[in-house]
Design a binder for this molecule. Sequence first.
Ligand SMILES: Cc1cc2nc3c(=O)[nH]c(=O)nc-3n(C[C@H](O)[C@H](O)[C@H](O)COP(=O)(O)O)c2cc1C
Length: 179
Amino acid sequence: MELEVNTFPKLLVRPVVVITTISEKGIPNAAPFSLNTPVSFEPPLYGFSCNPAHDTWKNIQENGEFVVNVAGKDFGDLMHVLETDYPYEDNEIEHAGLTAEKAKMVKPPRIKEAKAWIECKQEKSIELGNHIWIVGRVMAVGVQEESWNDVIAAQDLLGHIAGPTFAVDMKAVNYKRAK
Ligand SMILES: Cc1cc2nc3c(=O)[nH]c(=O)nc-3n(C[C@H](O)[C@H](O)[C@H](O)COP(=O)(O)O)c2cc1C
């Protein structure tokens, strides 16, 4: 079955992250993103695709720092709050009833309730299509102990398919690899 080319993101389930940044006045911002992936092991680099109109991009242009908070399925009900376009200086972490926790290496706070967090400093940003591809160098990472068994517990995580459609209750399995 053939589809319209712009429907292609519906073919790829993507992990949901909530990216936290901070304004010049020190007010935190949080927004969900699913166009995201690790891009390099050494140095450790992470990338995500951001609409240039978003406050997230404004803050990153100002100070180059962000935290990638890995969303659990318990964040599913909060997506509509976190994606709301609140005024620039509104704190979405508070709107969502989540807790801001001090990060180790960057100024934006991490979200305490996230399954894991990846603290980044902007390495490079490139305009690609109608989005900005923002690459961060990973400065510090952490995970909730109860979700960690050498890898993160897949069933805890929230995946995005398209619009209001998400994927939950994924199962981790091991397959033989060449090396
Ligand atoms: C599950 C989900 C995934 C999203 N993924 C992206 C994305 O990858 N890139 C993007 O620019 N916006 C994405 N959005 C939309 C932004 O989160 C939304 O526009 C938000 O209000 C931007 O906030 P900000 O202006 O505070 O940065 C996504 C929204 C949801 C609910």
